[in-house]
Design a protein around this ligand. Sequence first.
Ligand code: ZN
Ligand code: ZN
Length: 253
Amino acid sequence: MACSYCKKKGHTKATCSKLKVDNIKKIQKNGLTIPKLTSIDFHYTSCLEYDYDTTACTGECDNYCRCSKIINAEVTEVNCTEIAQEIIEEIEKHNKIKLNEIDKYAVERLCISHHLWDGDNFYVSTDPGYYGEEIGGIFLEGTTKLEEDLKTVLDLPTLKQKVEFLLNIEYGYILDELEDCSYFFKTIGKSSISIGNDSYRKKVDHTLYEDYEGVFGIVLEKNHTFRLIDGFHRVLSTKEDNLRVLVATPIEE
Ligand SMILES: [Zn+2]
Ligand SMILES: [Zn+2]
């Protein structure tokens, strides 16, 4: 059998090494391609509520109305972490690569800042069926800006640039203390993280990140302490003892 990509015999397109090399070259030149997010069905990561309307029934149905329409369809619950995971997998599939830790984190944070935790940003599609109207899927409304931001952050060359891009999107500026910092990932004990502004604690929904396993936020390392800079919500609501974080350390001059 011949490879449908390079036409050589002895392997298939799935194992073609030329295709692999060409793909890496293409990504280096043009960056990643972000798939159309509006075509992803989030049926399995969201909850919805709806009613059946049978007022247009012809009266010819027996014990089951086959002309029912779905009305009041509303996405009531969205798991933003799982939505992000689906988007990560779509990007990986589309570009035939695996995203690294910072890029996965970037996708997750952008999903949050683009309010993908809000059911109002999704719509429910319906399909006609022999047994009345059926739920087709749950899709995102407008996603152009999110796709643009994903493309920008994933194409940035350094970890520092990616982190700063995300902070700018979330807060609109970079804290003075972070200006000359470099970043690295580390797993640290929750008890070693100091939380400066405690008044935030009461406002936190403590169930939101209960089962969260990703990166918990950004801490600033200074004199052997870790001050929490970003991720109050995640850190305050977790029950885990050891947390994966991004550590910011001032660059020595
Ligand atoms: Zn080949
Ligand atoms: Zn009917």
